[in-house]
Design a protein around this ligand. Structure first.
Ligand SMILES: [Zn+2]
Length: 557
């Protein structure tokens, strides 16, 4: 029978009315997909509290991933597993309710990998977009991405890394990056007047950046390079070049001691920070004046360095970018790096480390890649982290700032053109829409309305099996998951059996080797043997049977 229903697409994300990067992506993409009228859409919104009135205004279907605080059973379930805040505890229920043809996710590995372990996994097409921020990616991550039916990228570079590492097996489709709001982030008409209003000399040249004050952002290198530029750079620009760090200090995470760094390099008077006054709303650039300062506008003792992406309004942030003559993204690695794109949208030429997302973005916005001098490795993940060539940065910045203004403006024009071509939500929503059109929905009688498929664990395990053989046999005959017989999960179980210990991991599964990385750095080792492994295999079978029963109960007769 011809099935004329619209494709059902479930987005697993952070609630679209919140202000995180994931939330913004959901809001902007879903809004545009909704307007096409071609898809039935639903959002599983994490971190959006239960019965938040803002959810009522969402025009597509929505489910909160938070528990009803007045329902102790829901709260207990929610608190029972650290993955539940990412939506795990609600996922199967929402799927059975909405019956998605396609499930879309685009968060970090440890947020979304539960989707690949879902007992309902075989019933939907999974389109996943991981942020690949360095190479190599952990084998376990690649194994998860191989399970996805379609893989998208924040960058083409990230997709290329996954293609390479999987020997071309990952089903890579296209980049679907976040877009810049090119109406808010636009070039100001008169930059010189803008600078004067901000208290800068009209002929000031400003090298700027917008970055969280966190370990992987290379503030020490950027400050050192800037100090060389004003000490040894071209005489014509030496005395009028400023460094603008729109960032936070102090921070709750390990962070750079910025006042000590600018003092060490003798550039305190030439380095500006944004101060934001929560009392009167004023935001202005100033040399460092302690963690809290007297507000220039209202005189109250309340001006602080804001969180760079959340603390100021987008209009204020656009004004900050418009004070820059060039933008520098200086980090060991990035998954995307929205500020570089927003700066380019404001017509500010971008300089960025030629690695990870930075190397991809900087080329698409017609900027200048800064070569990598060498890489170090991160102990937790084995990923390569870049250390850029600071002397090369000094040289390219010097040459650029020496150019006549007309040439610098021309470079800014090309930067904005690159954003309009590559980083708009119109383009990104179209990439998703094309993909959903290409997925042929399977008839419900093969998926959500299929006959019951209970797993009946066979506990007559043959004698004399090696750990590897035992796990393979158990996956097929106890868990009822032959598809997992050669998986990373099975490999890890065999390794831990041989070892006699397991590191556990988030979500109560022994299988998530690195899951703890995103949330918990302590690994707690416990003894591991075939009895424990058998219990886990039975848990997989139980979980499947529970949701298979529920599916059949809710299916059409
Ligand atoms: Zn004030």
């Amino acid at each position: 029978m011809f099935d004329a229903r619209k494709p059902h697409v479930l987005f697993v994300t952070e609630a679209s009315y919140l202000s995180s990067g994931y939330s913004t992506y959901a809001a902007e993409v879903l809004k545009r997909l909704h307007a096409t009228g071609r898809f039935e859409l639903m959002e599983l919104g994490c971190f959006g509290s239960f019965a938040d009135p803002r959810a009522a205004g969402i025009p597509w279907r929505y489910a909160s991933a938070m528990p009803d605080p007045n329902d102790p059973e829901q709260v207990r379930r929610y608190d029972s597993n650290p993955l539940n805040k990412f939506g795990q505890w609600r996922f199967e229920d929402v799927c059975l309710d909405f019956r998605p043809d396609v499930v879309v996710s685009y968060r970090d590995w440890w947020y979304d990998e539960y989707i690949s372990r879902s007992p309902l996994r075989q019933l939907f097409h999974w389109a996943h977009m991981p942020a690949v921020d360095a190479e190599p990616q952990l084998d376990q991550w690649v194994a998860t991405y191989l399970d996805a039916d379609a893989v998208f990228g924040y960058t083409d570079w990230g997709l290329e890394v996954l293609r390479r590492q999987s020997g071309g097996r990952v089903r890579a489709v296209a980049a679907a990056p976040p877009g810049a709001d090119t109406a808010v982030f636009a070039p100001a008409a008169d930059r010189a007047a803008f600078k004067a209003a901000a208290g800068l000399p009209e002929d000031a040249l400003v090298v700027g950046t917008v970055m969280r004050n966190q370990a992987r952002k290379l503030f020490p290198d950027l400050i050192e390079a800037f100090a060389s530029l004003v000490r040894e750079g071209p005489a014509a620009i030496r005395s009028r070049t400023y460094l603008y760090l729109h960032t936070s200090y102090p921070e709750t995470c390990p962070h750079w001691d910025l006042p000590a760094l600018v003092r060490e390099h003798g550039v305190g008077h030439r380095t500006l920070f944004t101060y934001l006054c929560p009392s009167c709303g004023a935001a202005y650039p100033s040399p460092f004046a302690d963690a809290r300062a007297i507000c220039r506008k209202c005189g109250r003792d309340s001006a602080v360095l804001p969180d760079p992406t959340k603390g100021v309004t987008r209009d204020t942030l656009a004004k900050v970018y418009n004070l820059f003559d060039c933008y520098v993204q200086y980090a060991t690695n990035e998954g995307f790096g929205m500020p570089a794109v927003e700066a380019a949208a404001c017509g500010v030429p971008v300089f960025a480390v030629d690695y990870s997302a930075m190397g991809d973005v900087v080329r698409k916005v017609a900027g200048t890649p800064v070569p990598v001098q060498r890489f170090s490795r991160e102990v937790q993940t084995g990923r390569k982290l870049a250390l850029p060539d600071n002397a090369a940065l000094v040289a390219v910045l010097g040459r650029f700032l020496l150019q006549p203004e007309a040439m610098r403006l021309r470079a800014g024009h090309l930067a904005r053109k690159g954003v309009l071509e590559h980083y708009t939500y119109e383009r990104t929503a179209a990439v998703w829409a094309d993909h959903f059109d290409s997925v042929k929905p399977r008839p419900h009688r093969q998926t959500w309305d299929a006959p019951a498929k209970p797993v009946r664990p066979n506990l007559s395990i043959p004698d004399g099996l090696s750990d590897e053989e035992w796990v393979r046999w158990g996956m097929c005959n106890v868990a009822g998951r032959p598809d997992l017989a050669d998986s990373f999960t099975a490999m890890r179980m065999a390794r831990d059996l041989n070892w006699g210990q397991t590191g556990g991991g988030m979500g109560g599964m022994a299988f998530n080797d690195a899951t703890a990385l995103g949330v918990d750095t302590d690994v707690h080792l416990t003894l591991y043997d075939r009895d424990k492994a058998l219990k886990q295999l039975l848990d997989i079978a139980d979980l499947h049977n529970r949701w298979d029963d529920e599916r059949v109960r809710r299916s059409d007769p």
